[in-house]
Design a protein around this ligand. Structure first.
Ligand SMILES: [Zn+2]
Ligand SMILES: [Zn+2]
Length: 184
């Protein structure tokens, strides 16, 4: 996932590629931890342009993953799709301690850009970050997943298990506790 600056011509550099998830250390780690299973390679489309000494990379990354629902614990497939626009600025040489400290420390990061050095830009970090951010923090097999019965553990998506009355009591008890906490 490295772009050679010399390959970015006047009209920009357009790339379309399929990359295996295990080329990305952070994604590899997520799968190794059992958080996700990548079912398809990453479909990456990019356009890189030079602008005023900076490089602007716009693109998208898409894949399909298998996740576990946080309510009912069933596994389900989910497409992930992220679009991004990142500006890379050349890393400024480390400056000497100057009179105006604030200005000296204004680096690419502070301006919402990423820094690059030399004649290449490595997009590995950017692409894997987009995929991680596209993943739901609390995966749900469907918006209205009913989850598991807190009493008997039955999957409530399969129908009512009959513990409903007790579960309602539980809900009211929780609500009472919540009100007590809220007042102090
Ligand atoms: Zn679910
Ligand atoms: Zn039940």
């Amino acid at each position: 996932m490295i772009i050679d600056l010399d390959d970015i011509k006047e009209q920009g550099l357009s790339l379309e590629l399929m990359e295996a998830f295990d080329h990305f250390p952070a994604l590899n780690e997520l799968q190794a931890d059992g958080e996700v299973v990548f079912l398809q390679p990453l479909d990456i489309r990019l356009m890189a342009r030079k602008f005023e000494g900076m490089v602007i990379v716009e693109g998208s990354v898409a894949t399909v993953v298998r996740l576990q629902c946080c309510r009912c614990l069933q596994e389900f497939e989910q497409p992930l799709d992220a679009t991004f626009s990142i500006t890379y600025a050349r890393q400024l040489p480390a400056m000497e301690e100057g009179g105006d400290g604030a200005e000296v420390e204004l680096q690419a990061d502070d301006l919402g850009m990423l820094a690059f050095e030399g004649d290449e830009i490595d997009l590995t970090e950017t692409v894997q970050e987009q995929v991680v951010m596209a993943m739901p923090f609390k995966p749900l097999c469907r918006e209205d997943c009913q989850g598991l019965c807190s009493q008997c553990g039955a999957d409530l998506n399969d129908g009512d298990c009959g513990c409903r009355d007790q579960a309602m009591d539980g809900k009211f008890a929780a609500l009472k506790d919540f009100k007590v906490k809220k007042t102090d």
